[in-house]
Ligand binder design. Structure first.
Ligand SMILES: [Zn+2]
Length: 253
């Protein structure tokens, strides 16, 4: 086998100098020094390597996509949730009738029992001024006697504000303009402001659903979930299904 060395060179002007030096070595060493010029430009190779390194670096910086587990996800496919294990404050507006307030406590307790820890700090507002939902860094639940005329079929709505994958604030609005509610006793209806509805809706079931949104869950329809979009009149959907427990445990446990 012929001895020789292989030099991969860029096509730059100093190549000629290298070739000339190689010829001198050839004469001194008594064997041929082979110079193999690469077709690829070294600058191009370096640029390519830099791009690969940059690509790997950017990829490792990108947020990791996670299983949705029934949660709303951000643009990177991460579940959005309250990342802190500290209880989340929830202010109960004084617009909520006293007869319905215990239902909020029970709905919160249902999620907490499933997670085996305190999740909510439910605080009853005692100010004489009735607060209204707004992005005010305060999580609230509001019983509203006015509701958009084009969304009359909606019993409640939870607005969740997040940054990155972390919820910053959430507000629950209850439509008391178009629906009548009861807590445990169907005979004792808290009548809708319009007083046109004869059907009653289980307030605990509604709040249980809205608290699911509050925690970051989205609608689903399987396994008897409380996160199903529709809540029928007189439906006492106050127990979390196995799928609901699995969802929240996926993120909060
Ligand atoms: Zn919903």
């Amino acid at each position: 086998m012929r001895r020789g060395c292989y030099l991969f060179l860029s096509k730059s002007s100093f190549n000629l100098g290298v070739i000339h030096s190689a010829r001198i070595y050839e004469s001194k060493l008594g064997h041929k020094v082979e110079i193999k010029c690469s077709e690829m430009n070294i600058k191009f190779v370096l640029r390519f390597i830099m791009l690969v390194i940059l690509g790997v670096a950017l990829n490792s910086c990108a947020p990791k996509k996670s299983e949705d587990c029934g949660f709303v996800q951000n643009v990177y496919g991460q579940r959005i949730s309250w990342k802190s294990s500290a209880p989340i404050q929830l202010y109960v507006s004084n617009s909520v009738p006293a007869a319905l307030k215990p239902a909020i406590q029970r709905a919160a307790a249902s999620w907490e029992q499933t997670l085996g820890r305190k999740v909510f700090e439910v605080i009853e507002e005692n100010s004489s001024q009735t607060s209204t939902p707004s992005r005010d860094k305060k999580n609230g639940i509001y019983f509203l006697s006015q509701w958009e005329s084009d969304r009359k079929s909606e019993q409640g709505r939870t607005s969740v504000y997040w940054a990155g994958d972390e919820i910053q604030e959430a507000d629950i609005r209850i439509n008391s303009a178009d629906f009548s509610y009861y807590d445990q006793n169907q005979e004792q209806l808290v009548r809708a402001a319009s007083n046109k509805t004869s059907a009653g809706y289980n307030f605990e079931a509604l709040v249980l659903h809205e608290l699911g949104h509050f925690l970051g869950l989205k609608h689903r329809e399987d396994g008897g979930t409380v996160m199903a979009k529709e809540l029928g009149a007189w439906a006492n959907r106050t127990k979390l299904a196995t799928v609901d427990a699995q969802s929240v445990q996926c993120e909060y446990k």
